[in-house]
Design a protein around this ligand. Sequence first.
Ligand SMILES: Cc1cc2nc3c(=O)[nH]c(=O)nc-3n(C[C@H](O)[C@H](O)[C@H](O)COP(=O)(O)OP(=O)(O)OC[C@H]3O[C@@H](n4cnc5c(N)ncnc54)[C@H](O)[C@@H]3O)c2cc1C
Length: 339
Amino acid sequence: MNILKEVSLKAYNTFGVDVYAEQFVHIEQEKDLIQLYEGGWLDRDKRLFLGGGSNMLFVRNYDGLIVHMAIKGITHRILEESIEVKAAGGEVWHDLVCYCVERGFGGIENLSLIPGTVGAAPVQNIGAYGVELQDFFLSCRAFELTTGTFKVFYKEDCQFGYRDSIFKGAQKGKYIITEVNLLLPKKSILNTTYGAINEELNNRGLTHPTIKDVSEVVSSIRQGKLPDPGTIGNAGSFFKNPVVSEDTFRTLVSDFVDIVYYPFGPNQYKLAAGWLIEQCGWKGKTVGNVGTWKNQALVLVNHGKATGLEIYEFSEAIIDSVKKRFGVCLEREVNVIDL
Ligand SMILES: Cc1cc2nc3c(=O)[nH]c(=O)nc-3n(C[C@H](O)[C@H](O)[C@H](O)COP(=O)(O)OP(=O)(O)OC[C@H]3O[C@@H](n4cnc5c(N)ncnc54)[C@H](O)[C@@H]3O)c2cc1C
């Protein structure tokens, strides 16, 4: 294990922002973490876990230690009524989806093509097309920085919510996830309730779709809708869809009849942040090196040479205009490092 110095993070964040980390280390096996702990490296006030950097916005050079999760490996075991799949934190999330799809293990096919690593998936309880990680999450193994020991978090310990978990809340920055265990049903039921999936399955004439069909359809919808970070820097949805109370919702609906929303739990509604942003005239708009994606205003893009600060300031302007027009406060989904 090598502690590298002055490492460019350009290839380690999907916005492609060119900043440097003072120190950088790849974790390829669990014992690297013990070694870091015993060497006192984790005592630094400033240390940051990094997976694929697909949910990060670096606004300046990072004057601390970046701990890059790179442990690999996927295995499974067949139980009586379910299948337990174990994946190391540094595996690419989509590779885990493919592992399951190829073997006919259903459950996470709707989460196809979400960028990033397995270890980061529980942090924001990744979700797409009506499925969230928590639906199939059994447990994860995590290394506690202050004690140098490993702990298992079961689903009930993780406080999963919409793009949220204990790893973003009370335990933020305290544990690095080295392994995730999923529990998939042997007889899985396809979730094709999302309009776009149904429509695409029909277009392809797939009346009895398989797990693989759904995975392919989800991948193709995503490719059509979202910019490829390999070509144009972005971090997917930059903001969360805001959740509002029944009262706020009623007022908004009477003022803006075509507002896009989804019922969300008792007396709560989730508003489509993309719609709110679009109504403020931001869709496809570019200021300097930053813009919103032409097909989806929720996605901020780096047109080539944007700095993290430029992207951040652009996002502030969006938040301000949505607040002024709708009285709704947008919250960033992307982690801003290091304001
Ligand atoms: C084009 C595009 C589309 C996207 N679509 C979706 C989507 O549909 N649904 C969705 O939920 N997300 C989506 N995202 C966001 C992103 O893919 C997820 O948040 C993903 O889980 C981030 O993984 P990562 O490895 O890149 O994490 P990073 O960006 O490296 O890190 C994200 C956070 O997790 C922490 N972290 C990383 N690894 C670990 C670890 N092993 N242990 C503890 N903490 C860790 C980091 O410190 C940071 O706080 C999209 C992003 C892009 C670029």
